[in-house]
Write a protein that binds this ligand. Structure first.
Ligand code: HSE
Length: 433
């Protein structure tokens, strides 16, 4: 049996998938027990050399000719974005084609609609490369952990941010200097705001949450904070206290609600996620039966992403050869309307707080009293020296670690501390994992 594949989008990932399919065809087909053939690749630009020797007649500028080709059963959408990619995916589904995509932004926004259309048409939509690039975390959640209640997932899901944070910590650099390097090295997106403002991570978090909890989290319910405003001072103070700062997605069950948020988070130096450096990604899943599982690898890039896309193509090929669409309900959405995202104020965790306090008698007592009034219990409070160049007259930096506190209580306490005049500028607070 021969199964035909068409690729839409001959960019970095599309070229990696084409290269992998052509280069490893024999091994791949032997493993699957069925021959998988790359039939066509559509892109508006078919003249630029992508370093892949495609067979004559493979390239076309007409995406619909790929979708309509009767010899193509699997369409890989590797264009990205939420515009034309959506139209092509829905056209492919309507034409009865199985779809593989790496498009997290589109699925986070329109996943419910796309999976419903696929379910009606009786085709598969695979999206393994949408989260974690070369890390097969989608498959682990969907298959290996299917029998677990997922208690929590913590993910470092954006290589650009992790690269920036790693260099800020190691080399004591400000955010702006490292972003420029990430762009120069090609890690950051052309418009890096999706990376550094946390939305790329949030799109991936929505997909992980849907796999774990059976509903699509609406954008309005997400709490997303990126690293754009992260100060080098906090990176270094966190280090003195024994933490590193990571942009972490947390997806967790808290009572009858789900916590889904993305924000800079202090991770103890001994925690496994603290050792995830540079552009690498990692996802830690805690299932009630499995306990902790850590998946680590390259979250982006031509070959790692192609690895996961080709793995998805292989699974669909097996399904076709076996006579059915195994994942017609690729995402279980049975909890839509039953589970909801928890009000952020009701989420409990430990916190790091930096206060630039007036250097005057009674200062510690004043802010300590306000924390106490709002049920925030201090675990440590330490005054630290200014970093060079950051000095302020008659002010001392104080960093506080709290015991577990409600986020809403902490916000109320910090607002009152700010109003009371005990601090010289707005307090900084971050969750501790
Ligand atoms: N730009 C992303 C990152 C990869 O830096 O991890 C695609 O999601």
């Amino acid at each position: 049996m021969k199964i035909g594949v068409g690729i839409l989008g001959f960019g970095t990932v599309g070229a990696g998938v084409a290269d992998g399919l052509l280069r490893n065809r024999e091994t791949f087909s032997q493993r699957l027990g069925t021959d998988v053939e790359l039939k066509k690749i559509a892109d508006l630009d078919i003249t630029t050399d992508r370093g892949v020797k495609t067979p004559d007649g493979t390239l076309t500028t007409d995406a619909m000719s790929v979708i309509r080709d009767p010899e193509i059963q699997i369409v890989a959408e590797l264009i990205g974005g939420t515009g034309i990619a959506k139209k092509f995916i829905l056209e492919a589904i309507a034409a009865g084609k199985h779809v593989v995509t790496a498009n997290k932004a589109l699925l986070a926004e329109s996943g419910a609609e796309i999976f419903e259309a696929a379910g009606k048409a009786g085709v598969d939509v695979y999206f393994g490369a949408s989260v974690g690039g070369g890390i097969p975390v989608v498959r682990v959640l969907r298959e290996g952990l299917a029998g677990n209640e997922i208690e929590r997932i913590d993910g470092i899901l954006n290589g650009t941010c992790n690269y920036i944070l790693t260099r800020m910590a190691r080399e004591k650099l400000p955010f702006s200097a490292t972003l420029a390097d990430a762009q120069r090295l090609g890690y950051a997106e052309a418009d890096p705001s999706l990376d550094i403002d946390g939305w790329d991570t949030a799109h991936k978090a929505v997909l992980l949450a849907s796999l774990a909890y059976g509903f699509f989290v609406p954008k309005s319910a997400l709490r997303v904070e990126g690293i754009r405003n992260l100060s080098a001072v906090d990176v270094q103070y966190a280090d003195r206290l024994g933490y590193c700062i990571k942009l972490l997605a947390r997806i967790a069950r808290q009572g009858d609600g789900i916590e889904v948020d993305v924000r800079p988070t202090l991770v103890p130096a001994g925690h496994m996620l603290a050792s995830v450096q540079g552009v690498f990604n990692a996802v830690m899943v805690h299932g009630d039966l499995s306990g902790d599982i850590l998946l680590y690898g390259k979250g982006a890039g031509r070959e790692p992403t192609a690895s996961t896309v080709i793995g998805d193509i292989g699974d669909i090929a097996r399904n076709i050869a076996g006579g059915g669409a195994r994942y017609r309900r690729a995402i279980y959405t049975g909890n839509a309307g039953k589970l909801s995202v928890k009000d952020p104020g009701g989420i409990k965790s430990e916190f790091y707080i930096r206060l630039m306090v007036a250097d005057a008698p009674g200062t510690f007592g004043r802010f300590g009293t306000i924390f106490g009034k709002h049920n925030v219990s201090i675990r440590t409070a330490t005054s630290l020296p200014f970093l060079r160049g950051e000095e302020m007259d008659e002010t001392i930096p104080v960093v506080v670690e709290t015991h577990p506190a409600l986020s809403g209580d902490l916000s109320a306490a910090l607002e009152e501390i700010e109003r009371s005049g005990v601090v010289r500028c707005k307090p900084v607070s971050m969750r501790i994992i």
